[in-house]
Design a protein around this ligand. Structure first.
Ligand code: GLA
Length: 523
């Protein structure tokens, strides 16, 4: 490629990153080097499930986590994009006398690697929890202080994909240095892992954490285990929205795990809550009991049109642009197709008639815009000058405004497995194949994934595009390989189809066991 072609591509990429035709204020942090610019992880806000909000510590064990993985898939949440899941501070491991971490087998009898394999086989990504200090918050588990390299190797061995790193028992520790050491240790261990920093806003991580972490908590805990509180959730949303200039692809403000679907919130509040988390580009980490969800909770958590706002590849964080008593208007969320997400929140106890003028939400007052209601799934308009809408008490109306009468959904990716296992026996030379099916709930055709990792000679990977997704077929040729276990991690990359920006890295593991004596077959 010639230098001027490279320049043109950079200019085009910067133009589309800035929202294309939509005029954008220059972000103060736009040029910051991010962790994601090295590893390509979390280019859209991470989605998944964590147990703390619902369960606290004691009920966490292997059975509970596996049941929740099964429920996540059965409910349709996996196809809606939820992927990262696993124990929080669930008394998962202890430190042996030799300094190494080991699984608490009483609670996790398959071992933390076995649990990870289960989660990966379900087409989900494996999340674990640790603490940057000497012990975790309840002191039930060791922290990583002075064991960063060994512990990060253990997390890589267990095949963790996402690590929540708490900040309890850290007396005298420097926050930036500590989290930087952990990031370096993770990179040395060689497995891509999303770093979710958890200092509850202490130390203002939005100012320094983008190069070393992918998300950081901005506030204290959203609830005590088992019961949600609407007032507290809204308070947290207002605190978090102020930090909007600091969020973007690969580096997100995290106002804590979600409380939608928990006791303490009504259906209206669940919808209002989810709307807020979507417009703020907040990580969508569900915190409710997935085994016991009403249809309404499932419908809210899997509303693809709302998720499309959250997962928009531009990664802008919406925020409050106007407050009038108990009613607030939220905007500043341009989307990749040139449309805009806007929200009206009513915190009052009476229904509110909200007049949303285009000029209030930063748009040209003369624009003729179609308004898509992302909860009723109806389009109205075109409207000129603004929109009026009635919002129920403790509810939010969420709209997408566009010059066009079409509302495309960006890529929402899921896979039916992230682990392929092969067993080759006997002496005859042969090859074995297995496939991963990648589904996309988005509306634009995705370019084919490209393999970007170096593969071992025994593994061949082919990608085939189909109508509604892509199939990645792995073929192993065990002939001539030494007896024993072989492993490869396959990474594929893709471009988001409209802006041309890279999508979050897609990677999975391939295990091959060669046992010449067993005469075994693939499993
Ligand atoms: C902190 C975090 C919570 C949870 C607990 C576990 O308080 O903010 O989300 O992880 O620790 O003790």
């Amino acid at each position: 490629m010639q230098w001027y072609q490279v320049m043109l591509m950079l200019v085009l990429a910067a133009w589309s990153a800035a929202g294309g035709l939509v005029a954008q204020p220059k972000s103060a942090v736009a040029a910051v080097k991010t962790a994601a610019s090295e590893d390509g992880l979390a280019m859209t806000p991470p989605m998944g499930w964590y147990p703390w909000n619902q369960f606290g510590q004691e009920p966490q064990n292997e059975t509970l986590i596996k049941q929740m993985a099964d429920a996540l898939v059965a409910s349709g949440m996996r196809e809606a994009g939820y992927a990262y899941m696993g124990p929080d501070e669930g008394i998962c491991f202890f430190r042996k006398d030799n300094g190494q971490l080991a699984t608490n087998l009483k609670r996790y009898p398959s071992g933390l690697r076995g649990l990870g394999d289960y989660i990966h086989k379900k087409g989900l990504k494996y999340a674990l929890y640790t603490d940057a200090g000497t012990r975790t918050c309840s002191k039930a588990m060791p922290g990583t202080k002075d064991h960063e390299r060994d512990d990060m190797r253990a997390f890589a061995r267990w095949r963790c994909d996402y690590l929540k790193i708490d900040w309890c028992n850290t007396k005298g520790q420097d926050m930036v240095k500590t989290y930087t050491t952990m990031r370096q240790a993770q990179r040395a261990a060689g497995r891509p892992i999303v770093h979710a920093l958890c200092t509850w806003g202490k130390g203002e991580p939005w100012k320094w954490a983008a190069p070393i972490g992918h998300l950081w908590r901005t506030t204290g805990d959203i609830c005590g285990p088992g019961r949600a509180n609407w007032g507290r959730a809204v308070h947290i949303a207002f605190a978090n929205q102020r930090l909007h200039p600091h969020a973007g692809p690969g580096h997100w403000n995290d106002p804590d795990m979600m409380v939608a679907g928990m006791d303490g919130l009504s259906e209206t509040q669940n919808r209002g809550f989810f709307s807020l988390w979507c417009i703020m580009a907040s990580p969508l980490i569900a915190g409710n009991d997935l085994r016991d969800m009403s249809k309404s909770t499932i419908d809210i958590l899997t509303n693809l049109e709302a998720i499309a706002v959250n997962q928009d590849p531009l990664g802008k964080q919406g925020h409050v642009v106007r407050r009038d008593g108990k009613v607030s208007l939220w905007a500043g969320k341009p989307l990749y197709d040139g449309s805009q997400a806007v929200l009206a929140l009513n915190r009052g106890s009476e229904p509110a008639d909200v007049q949303m003028k285009w000029s209030d939400v930063g748009l040209d007052e003369k624009a003729e815009l179609y308004a898509r209601n992302l909860w009723t799934h109806e389009t109205a308009g075109p409207h000129t000058g603004g929109l009026s809408v009635e919002v129920a008490p403790n509810d939010a109306a969420l709209f997408r405004l566009s010059k066009r009468n079409t509302f495309p959904i960006p890529p929402i990716i899921s896979a039916d497995t992230y682990l392929l296992t092969f067993r080759a026996g006997g002496t005859a030379a042969r090859s074995l194949s297995k496939a991963i099916k990648i589904s996309d709930q988005g509306t634009s055709a995705l370019p084919a994934w490209k393999v970007t990792s170096k593969l071992p000679p025994w593994l061949h990977v082919a990608v085939v595009r189909e109508d509604e997704g892509q199939t990645v077929t792995c073929t192993v040729a065990p002939d001539g390989l030494e007896r024993g276990r072989h492993h490869a991690q396959v990474r594929l990359d893709n471009k988001e189809p409209v802006s041309g920006r890279p999508m979050s890295a897609f990677y999975f593991d391939v295990d091959l066991e060669v046992d010449h004596d067993a005469g075994g077959d693939e499993r």
